[in-house]
Design a protein around this ligand. Structure first.
Ligand code: IPE
Ligand code: IPE
Ligand code: MG
Length: 277
């Protein structure tokens, strides 16, 4: 199914409204939280919440791709989540396997590149295998990059990167004085993607839960009370629209930013005049 051709008229209008604001985030990261509570509120088992959460994933991936977001990173399973009851963990792994099996072809057909960050060899063998297959199969796609954070812990990644850097120093490939923020970033699992512009967390929790600690340094945060299974594409549009209207100052003052944008549009006018556009 071609996602762009399969939009309702109403949805096209809504997406165009979001795009008209401009400032579309290049990278959206989501902490998909509240599946368990969603189920418990309905006196259903927690796993039903996770099942419903997969439906949300399917639609949010589609909507992000339709909007032209370049990177979507979903926190699907943390390293700490391994400590949950065995039944829940194995149910989640089965769901992951099911999602990958069923969705890969449609994702591939829509130019989505699948990636994953985390301690992937901790995943059950069949899951790891199917995940690797999905990554390899979609490697050359250049539409949306969908990164699944699985068995992920940001502290673990930072420590891992530090170990790799130390090894390179010991081997003489790197000297300590050359370690900059850029070098450090190059050793993280997220090295090939820009930092998230927008972080969304569902279910109202105001915390980061060991997700992308380094990469979120200047991300805009959007928290919604809705639990993940209730999160709809309209909520994504709302989050993106809210993001697009914010002023990201990166430590500067408002006045400095205004100056900068004036001079860059002046520069743009000069460039346009030169290139006769
Ligand atoms: C998020 O929902 C999904 C995972 C962590 C795998 P939760 O399962 O954390 O749901 P709550 O927070 O208990 O409601
Ligand atoms: C964060 O949710 C991890 C995922 C969404 C996969 P948790 O439910 O595990 O986080 P805490 O325990 O509430 O901080
Ligand atoms: Mg939770």
């Amino acid at each position: 199914m071609n996602w762009l051709e399969n939009r309702t008229d109403d949805d096209k209008v809504k997406q165009n409204e979001v795009l008209a604001i401009g400032n579309l985030p290049k990278h959206v990261a989501i902490i998909m939280d509240g599946n368990g509570r969603w189920a418990q509120q309905r006196t259903m088992p927690r796993l039903s919440g996770h099942k419903q959460g997969v439906e949300t994933v399917r639609d949010i991936v589609k909507a992000s791709s339709q909007l032209g977001v370049k990177y979507l990173t979903l926190y699907a399973f943390s390293m700490e989540n391994w400590k949950r009851p065995q039944k829940e963990v194995s149910g989640l792994m089965k769901l992951l396997e099911f999602y990958l099996k069923n969705e890969v072809e449609e994702l591939h057909a829509n130019n989505v590149r699948i990636r994953s960050i985390g301690k992937l060899n901790a995943l059950p063998k069949p899951v790891h295998k199917i995940l690797q297959k999905a990554i390899d199969h979609t490697e050359k796609n250049d539409g949306l990059t969908l990164t699944l954070a699985l068995s992920y812990s940001s502290r673990w990644d930072i420590v891992r990167a530090t170990q790799m850097i130390s090894l390179d120093v010991r081997r003489g490939k790197l000297s300590p004085e050359d370690i900059t923020e850029e070098t450090f970033t190059d050793y993280l699992l997220t090295k090939d993607m820009p930092d998230p512009d927008l972080l969304i967390r569902t279910s109202g929790e105001m915390r980061i839960s060991n997700f992308l600690l380094w990469e979120l340094a200047y991300s805009e945060i959007y928290v919604t009370k809705k639990c993940w299974p209730d999160f709809e594409r309209n909520d994504l549009y709302e989050a993106i629209s809210c993001f697009a209207k914010r002023e990201r100052r990166f430590g500067l003052t408002s006045a400095q930013l205004i100056d900068q944008s004036n001079s860059s549009s002046y520069l743009q006018r000069v460039v346009n005049a030169i290139t006769n556009r």
